[in-house]
Structure formats: structure tokens, C-alpha cells
Design a protein around this ligand. Sequence first.
Ligand code: FAD
Ligand code: UDP
Length: 380
Amino acid sequence: MELNFDALVVGAGYAGAVCARELAERGGKRVLVLERRDHIGGNAYDRLDEAGVLIHQYGPHIFHTNDEAVFRYLCRFTRWRDYQHRVVADLPAPDGGRMQMPVPFNLTSLRKAFGPEEGKRLGEKLIAAYGAEKKVTILELRQNQDPELAKVADYVYEHVFVHYTMKQWGQTPDQIDPNTTARVPVFLSEDDRYFQDEYQGMPLKGYTPLFEAMLDHPNITVRLGEDAIPRLGLDGDVLTVDGVPFQGPVVYTGAADELFGRRFGPLPYRTLDFRFETHPVDFWQSHGTVNYTVDQDYTRITEFKWLTEQTGDKTTIMREYSRAYEDPATQIPYYAIINDDNDALYARYRRLTDALPNFHPLGRLAEYRYFNMDKVVADA
Ligand code: FAD
Ligand code: UDP
């Protein structure tokens, strides 16, 4: 491999950047990082747009974790600003106008949906059934036989989950992996934050500077705009880089099917289109993210200034449109579609590299999983 590196890392997102740092610092290895994009940070990349607003180019990223070790680790590379993400559902109201209610659906949402008194009574009934401050998934709630609680479940399913999930996945909540809707459970609480994790916040200067700090080590060389696939090969049971056998660790954070020319067929993904707009106003919407849970063809709108607490007389918003991932040349695979068939297909690809002792598939793409940032950092 070029210039005698000891380790190769493919991808400069969380999985790649943490491994590069660890290999360089603790392992004392000279690490080459190949990143296909023209920037580091993977999907957590942020940058100033033309209006000077700090945007998240690949969708809103809010750091949250209960893993103290992960938080402490990242504290080496960034300071934090406390930020608690709040999301509302925006949907048609019975009077013909629109209404908003907290998501995850909570006791406040219940009162907005059913009126103050009836909402309060139903909230007490839910608490009697499940316990105060409990989180109940929508699929679990729909199992409830009590006619009144079944009515609540139907309401939440219809007004929060079914249409949004159809837009996001092209399937209903019953058809997708139950862990997906379980990310946003009904919460029997007044707490209207999107996450309840112990450590939450935004990197003080943004995500990209965090990655710059992580990759800033004399043993690390980062090459941007370089696709690793053409350089990786197999010679019998031995991994090759640029045609030469390579015994050092190779951390691969790209998609599993791409490594093998999709020989067993493509791994299914959902992709997103992001449409950005800048407006000459201080703030454009009431919350960091507004979910359109019943109508519209986009799933949600994020206004970055809520997340970043940037000031200024302009603001940038972003609409998210979810689609089937069909064209690797122009689209990015954002969400693995987890089900038994796709897991089995992934396993076939995975078996091709399992026998290679120095090859380490890692991260959301290479492991075909729905990982948050903290999980990827922990695993890396
Ligand atoms: P990635 O960030 O995808 O990095 C992989 C990198 O590898 C990419 O830069 C890619 O270009 C590069 N690469 C791939 N193939 C090759 C190749 N052949 N050669 C060279 N380079 C290659 N998590 C949270 O915790 N909180 C959130 O609020 C949150 N919001 C999200 C919103 C959206 C819309 C999405 C899609 C994800 C969100 N996540 C969030 C998840 C978060 O993005 C991931 O957990 C994290 O980015 C995964 O890091 P990674 O390194 O595994 O993958
Ligand atoms: N979801 C929903 N309505 C909402 C929010 C979430 O139906 O208002 C469902 C939907 O299926 C979504 C999943 O819950 O894909 C997980 O939501 P989350 O906000 O965690 O998704 P992400 O931020 O990862 O896109």
C-alpha cells in the first residue's frame, strides 16, 4: 500500500474516525483513511450554507446517550452545548385548521387530542395500566383490550404513526421492524423532550470540527474523494490493497454489498432527498423539528438554528422526503430496511469476509443496522 501504512480505514464517519484515532494513538499504527466524499464526518457532517447558517447536510443530528464512556470519549474532541430536542407533530385539526402536539405522544398530546378533561382521565387510565413515566410502544398499546385504551391506541396510530411510517418506509408500522417505531414510544409523562438520555447536546462548534480534532493525529493520513472499493481485493484468503497482500487491520465502514459488486443482489435501503430553503426571518417554525404525521409528502421539517442556537436574521429549514434507494450513482443509502429476508441477504455478504482475520466491517452501513451515533462510537 502507498507509503507503508500499517492500517487502512475506509470511511471517515464515526466508525472510521474513532477507529483511526484508536489505531493511531493506542495502537501506534500509521493509519490511512480513505473517504469517498469530499469531506469527513460521514452523515454527521455539518457546514455553513451560503447564508452563513450552520446546516446538517445529511439530516438533523442530535447527540444523545446513556453511555458515559462514549460521552467522556467524545469530550476529548469537543466541548458541548446543552440541547434538548423537542419535536411536535403538525396535523389537520377537527375545526379545519391545524394543530400541533408533542412527539413522542405524551400526556400533553393526549389532552390536545381528546380535550383537557377527557385527556386527563384517559391519561390516568393509561398510567393505571402501565405506570407513570412508562414508555409504551405503539404496537404494544394496540394490543390493549380495554375499549377506551384501544381508542387511544387507534388515535395515536392514525395521527402519529401510520402515515408518517408509510412516507418514511413505504410500509405500515406492522410491516416494519418493531424496533423502529419503538424508538418513539408513547410516553406516560409530561416530559416533552424527544430523548430522555442522560447526556444530550450539540458539539459546541459543530460536528465537523469534532471530526477534525479526532483525525488530527500525526499517525493519521486522510485522503478525501477516494473510493476504496477499486483498491481492495482478495487473493485466495488474503486481503489485498492495491493488488498487494495486506496483513494490517482494515476497518471497512461502507456498504456490505458494494464490496462484492452486489453479486447476490442489492441490499435494500431507503434514501432521502433533502430540500433546503433559506428565509429572511429570525425563526421559521416553533420547534427544531416538526413532523408532518398525517399529510404532506415530506416527513419532517428541521430548522437548524433551534439545534445550533446560532443567531442572525436569516434561517435555513430542510424538508425530508424518503424514497426507495435505487441508484447508487446518485443516491445515498441512509436507512437499512431490516427484516428477515434482508438480514439473510446481508449474512450472505458477511460470510464472504468472515474468514478474513484482519477485515473489520463496522458501522451503520457495513453492519446493515439502524445505529445511532453513540452506538457506533461505542462499537468502534
Ligand atoms: P456514515 O456516517 O455513513 O459514514 C460512512 C462513511 O464511509 C461515509 O462518509 C461514506 O462516504 C464512506 N464510504 C462508504 N463507502 C466508501 C468507500 N468505498 N470508499 C471510501 N469511503 C466510503 N444518530 C444520532 O445519534 N442522533 C441523531 O439525531 C441522528 N440523526 C440522523 C438523521 C438521519 C437523516 C440519518 C440518516 C442518520 C441519523 N443518525 C443519528 C445516525 C448517524 O448518522 C449514524 O449513527 C452515524 O453517522 C453512523 O456512522 P458511520 O461511520 O457508521 O456511517
Ligand atoms: N415515527 C412516526 N411518527 C413520528 C415519528 C416517528 O411514525 O412522528 C416512526 C417512523 O416509523 C419512524 C420511526 O418512528 O421511521 C423512528 O423515528 P425516528 O424519529 O427515531 O427516526 P429517525 O430520526 O431515525 O429518522
